[in-house]
Design a protein around this ligand. Structure first.
Ligand code: 0A1
Ligand code: ZN
Length: 894
């Protein structure tokens, strides 16, 4: 384990490798206790770099032998680095043979080669390959791989690696072998092998070019019928990437393998994607609509990496967003294009923005804030972040907004023409986009746009409007600022695309025109804000308009605008932009929440206004709006999002206020919720499409509201109905929503339902994860959740070493249940520090994610703040922390 040697890596220190590795021939004798790895490589000096020793990365390897061109040679170990000083001079290639062993069964970090439920898996991104063999473990070293796997045939009948199977056969002693050759050069982080007892769903497809491909999904026997949705998603991904971007599948065989022990979501290894089971397995009986939609987007994401990530990869890990931001953007677009209804696209956009604002904005305002292309890191695993991924995707989306959809496709085409087969930088990407669109604002103001890559923090755009009735003009002054972030005090202005429209009091769109000699702009236009202050004057505006600014969330900024309740109600009722329509409702609710949180004394009993409640009723009963959109509008802003608006945060008070608001909404709209539940509850045979999912979501929210109201008025009717609905449910979404309704409203019947749920799904790990998560994430009533969480950890099904299970209990409590986690007696923080330390001893990546739960401690009110700092200090005082946790904790206390 890497510990005690925290070195800061700097982007500016990048140097090309001193050697290239052209070919790698790996042989594995797979044994869980001791696996033997023979690595034969052909290397040559990089003529562009001064002559120097060869330094190969290694970690937790046992070195048995090193041979140079077939003979013994001198070498030394510098820490864990293998150093060869006396290599042949000149530029002739030479052959190195390295023989090592490792212990997959003992690999609890799940990096490198490990065993999960008796099957071998690898995870090499970012720096896991060095745990398999000595190597130049960096993404700019790309080699051709041939891999031979040998293992016991009974225990490991399936042997997989990247590329094509070229040979297989029997060996003595009940062992067998398979040899795989990957026709594509790749960096070692894309290497993978799998060996175990698995079965596969197979699908042959013919793509546009007429080429045949074999698509396969490998799972444990018994899980095969849960792979249909993932296979459909894969087929759709192949078709979509070819249709939208002209990017074909470049492999004869494309495989996905699922494992239940995985640190992240999935991994795009060339031709052999390895997935967390959570993002592969889904049947109507066991997976919710959210699971189905996640499966589709993660399958898409990993598949799209085949071009954006694999064909063109990153020069170094500072460029991570080159592949991740771009690929998240692509998977978001894919999911939107998979929606039949245009309104479902808007729903997806709202959901994505909600993630950005509840997870990325806090990161950008906290101690771990970093630019999408950071300048330094200690442990790269800590930078697989919402900033690199989600904000990275927003930056790509702004590029598309600035160059247009066709211009973006042209830019991507040029990017591949220039860089196919290379390891490149974010600068290379954006240059291709600009060069393909030379007259665009992007090309004209490229250096300024690039500040999105170098500056951390969320910009605030302040909007001020003035209507001049006499001149019939409307001027909008936009100004921007960005708060300091660690290591970046001063920020330069960004280039911000601000898409807007103007709406009159009846909701009609006002035609846009900037200056009387200027062309008509239609009713929707993107302004480019590139200075600290800028005024835009619209002419021929007959009546005072309501501004609808930042439509579609055209930039990842905070829009600071003073809109009256009446103006927000107009937008909520009429805006043609669905995102801003939703946003208007959120702003109304947020305003009421903040007023109640800031009020003196006990929180008000009825924080919601009649106007707000009437507007919500109108949305809920609206004949044209679809159910998914209604569910989003009727869901109050999260506690985390409310907290982000405040300088001093009292999580208990925020929780209390939001719960009161929910109860008020539940009671005031009681008849409407009853109508909504009845109107949306029956959907016939399960289909995972967005429209049906939206109906189930709205029925689920209605049921929760009805159970909440029942708690207030003591009526047993709706809890009884919820329990019945739970029992009768024909799919997991309905069943889980009924259970959630009972649990989140604190109904006594919840206990019965929870017990039945466990009995019904015993042995189905992903469903049992939900069972744990629901209880650990339940609203706190009198401090009952922490004891419940400690009890859950004693449950026979609890396994700390399985990341999904650990997350389902511990993260659901510490990261996703602020009202229960932030306790007056500091017990939540003590629990957190114990778990960070406990996890760090065997899985630093998972521990470091948990360590982020107290990122925002400096904003907490007393007594939380002092107690949080003490708990963080307790973790910091622990010797032998991993670099992963050490980096998070050090930055948190800085
Ligand atoms: N590249 C993957 C994410 C990933 C990163 C690190 C991992 O190590 C445990 C695993 C997966 C993706 O973006 O999907
Ligand atoms: Zn990715």
């Amino acid at each position: 384990m890497r510990e005690g040697n925290p070195v800061t890596v700097r982007r500016e220190d990048y140097a090309a490798p001193a050697y290239w590795i052209d070919t790698v021939d790996l042989s594995f004798d797979l044994d869980p206790v001791k696996t033997r790895v023979l690595n034969k490589m052909r290397l040559r000096r990089n003529p562009d770099v001064p002559a120097q020793a060869l330094r190969l990365d290694g970690e937790e390897l046992n070195l048995a032998r090193v041979m140079l061109n077939g003979a013994g040679c001198s070498f030394k170990l510098d820490g864990e680095t293998l150093v060869l000083e006396n290599l042949p001079e000149g530029n002739e290639p030479f052959e190195l043979e390295i023989f090592t062993t490792c212990a997959p069964e003992k690999n609890t970090q799940l990096m490198g080669l490990y065993v999960s439920e008796g099957t071998f898996f690898t995870q090499c991104e970012a720096e896991g390959f060095r745990r398999i063999t000595y190597f130049l473990d960096r993404p700019d070293v790309m080699a051709s791989y041939a891999v031979t796997l040998r293992a016991d045939k009974t225990k490991f009948p399936v042997l997989l690696s990247n590329g094509n199977l070229v040979e297989e056969g029997e060996l003595s002693d009940g062992r067998h072998f398979a040899k795989w050759v990957d026709p594509h050069k790749k960096p070692c982080y894309l290497f993978a092998l799998v060996a175990g007892s698995l079965v596969s769903r197979n699908q042959r497809i013919t793509t546009r070019s007429g080429k045949e491909h074999l698509l396969q999904i490998y799972v444990r026997p018994g899980d095969l019928e849960k792979t249909e949705h993932a296979m459909n998603a894969l087929i759709h991904s192949v078709i979509w990437d070819e249709a939208r971007f002209g990017l074909p599948l470049d492999l004869e065989r494309f495989m996905i393998v699922a494992t239940s022990d995985f640190n992240m979501g999935a991994m795009e290894n060339k031709g052999l994607n390895i997935f967390n089971t959570k993002y592969v397995l889904g049947s109507p009986a066991t997976a919710t609509d959210v699971d189905f939609s996640n499966i589709e987007s993660v399958v898409g994401h990993e598949y799209f990496h085949n071009w954006t990530g694999n064909r063109v990869t990153c020069r170094d890990w500072f460029q991570l967003s080159l592949k991740e931001g771009l690929t998240v953007f692509r998977d978001q677009e894919f999911s939107m294009d998979m929606c039949a209804e245009p309104s479902a696209r808007a729903v997806k956009r709202i959901e994505d923005v909600r993630v950005l604002r509840t997870a990325q904005f806090p990161e950008d305002a906290g101690p771990m804030a970093h630019a999408i292309r950071p300048d330094t890191y200690v442990e790269i695993s800590n930078f697989y972040s919402v900033t690199i991924y989600e904000k990275g995707a927003e930056v790509i989306r702004m590029v598309q907004t600035l160059v247009g959809r066709d211009g973006f496709a042209q830019g991507l085409k040029l990017y591949f023409e220039r860089h196919d087969g290379q390891a490149v930088t974010c600068d290379d990407f954006i240059q291709a986009m600009a060069d393909a669109n030379p007259t665009s604002e992007l090309a004209r103001q490229l250096p300024q746009f690039k500040r999105w890559y170098s500056q951390a923090g969320t910009p605030v755009v302040h909007a001020q409007a003035a209507y001049d009735a006499a001149q019939r003009s409307y001027s909008l002054t936009l100004s921007q600022s960005c708060a300091p972030t660690p290591g970046q005090i001063q920020k330069e202005p960004y280039l911000i695309p601000v898409t807007l429209g103007l709406v009159d009091a009846t909701g009609a769109a006002i035609p846009l025109q900037l200056g009387s000699d200027s062309p008509a702009l239609g009713s929707n236009h993107t302004l480019v804000l590139n200075e600290t202050h800028q005024t835009f004057t619209f002419v021929n505006v007959e009546t005072e308009p309501v501004p609808s600014i930042l439509r579609g969330f055209s930039a990842p900024v905070v829009l600071d605008i003073e809109l009256s309740d009446a103006q927000l109600l107009t937008l909520l009722a009429h805006d043609s932009d669905a995102f801003n329509r939703w946003e208007a409702g959120q702003r109304l609710a947020l305003r009421l929440a903040l007023t109640a949180v800031r009020a003196e004394g006990a929180p008000p009993a009825q924080p919601l206004s009649d106007a707000y409640l009437d507007a919500m009723r109108t949305v809920l009963r609206h004949p044209q709006l679809d159910a998914a959109f209604k569910e989003l509008v009727l869901t109050l802003p999260s506690e985390t999002y409310i907290a982000e608006q405040l300088d001093v945060v009292d999580p208990q008070r925020i929780h209390a206020v939001r719960e009161t608001m929910r109860e008020q909404l539940a009671e005031a709209l009681h008849g409407d919720w009853e109508w909504a539940f009845d109107a949306h509850k029956n959907n016939g045979a399960y289909q995972p499409d967005a429209t049906s999912a939206g109906r189930r979501a709205l029925a689920g929210l209605s049921l929760t509201m009805l159970c909440l109201a029942a708690r207030e008025n003591g009526s047993p009717v709706w809890p009884g109905k919820a329990l019945q609905h739970f029992k009768d449910a024909g799919n997991m979404t309905d069943r889980f929503n009924a259970l959630l309704a009972l649990v989140s409203s604190g109904q006594p019947l919840a206990q019965d339902a929870l017990a039945r749920f466990h009995a019904l799904f015993k042995g189905d790990a992903l469903v049992i994860d939900k069972w744990f998560a629901l209880q650990a994430g339940a609203p706190d009533r009198g401090g009952n959740i922490l004891p419940a969480v400690r009890q859950l950890m004693k449950h026979a099904d609890f396994q700390m070493k399985n990341p999904n299970r650990a997350r389902s209990v511990i993260f659901s409590y510490c990261n996703a249940n602020p009202g229960a986690f932030h306790r007056n007696d500091a017990a939540g923080y003590v629990f957190w520090s114990e778990r960070v330390i406990e996890l760090d001893a065997f899985n630093p990546q998972v521990a470091a994610r948990l360590a982020r739960a107290l990122d925002r401690w400096k904003k907490l009110a007393e007594p939380y703040r002092t107690a949080a700092r003490e708990s963080i200090a307790r973790v910091a005082a622990k010797p032998n922390l991993s670099n992963d946790v050490r980096e998070v904790i050090t930055r948190s206390l800085a």
